[in-house]
Design a protein around this ligand. Structure first.
Ligand code: TMP
Length: 205
């Protein structure tokens, strides 16, 4: 039994990532894979409790980074690693790139601290493919302005999201072999066609 593939979805809030997750999961299913769809923070009963705290409670920046990695540690042990070992494909809404982008870029936590946590929690695992959903900052802001009940991150100011987005782009440049940037300013049908081609190509490789 060969190991499954690990696909992550990333992007700033309002970039349009979530709309495409079920599309990718059902495409992979049609291609014959068993798919586990999950998310961070969250993905386990404990992780979902941590998510609630992370999205609502004010806390020290380092507490926030540590809780993101605590949720991730549990998620890896309970869900991600067993699924990949079984040969399932894991489609995960955010992973460690989000911590570099939000806590590192947005909140300015030193990158070395995040690298230390990453080396502790998942020294040998990286996504096989990362889809980075991207729109100009103003478009993401407009989309967010239309939604109600914004969480603690979504309520952040434009400069926070500009720095978060910049860090995502820096990561995409650092790891070009696994990152693909999807510009969601285009019509949904066009974006779907693009993702369809990209996933089929990845699944064949
Ligand atoms: P979601 O709305 O895409 O589910 O993500 C929840 C929020 O958590 C989102 O605003 C980004 C934030 N987040 C971080 O700040 N760091 C992380 O490591 C992860 C996984 C998410």
């Amino acid at each position: 039994m060969s190991r499954g593939k690990f696909i992550t979805f990333e992007g700033i809030d309002g970039a349009g990532k979530s709309t495409h997750i079920s599309f990718v999961a059902s495409l992979l299913h049609d291609l014959g894979h068993t798919v586990v769809t999950t998310r961070e923070p969250g993905g386990t009963p404990l992780g979902e409790k941590l998510r609630e705290l992370l999205l609502s409670e004010n806390m020290h920046l380092e507490t926030e980074a540590l809780l993101m990695f605590a949720s991730r540690r549990e998620h890896l042990a309970q869900v991600i690693e067993p699924a990949l070992a079984r040969g399932d494909w894991v489609v995960c809404d955010r992973f460690t790139d989000a911590t570099f982008a939000y806590q590192g870029g947005g909140r300015k936590l030193e990158r070395a601290k995040l690298e230390a946590l990453e080396a502790w929690v998942h020294p040998h695992l990286q996504p096989d493919l990362t889809l980075l959903f991207d729109v100009p900052l103003e478009v993401a802001r407009e989309r967010l302005a239309r939604s109600r009940n914004l969480d603690r991150f979504e309520q952040e100011k434009a400069d926070f999201f500009a720095a978060t987005r910049d860090e995502y782009h820096r990561r995409a440049q650092q790891f070009p072999q696994r990152f693909r940037i999807i510009e969601t300013i285009r019509p949904v049908a066009e974006v779907n066609a693009l993702i369809d081609g990209l996933i089929r190509e990845f699944a064949r490789a």
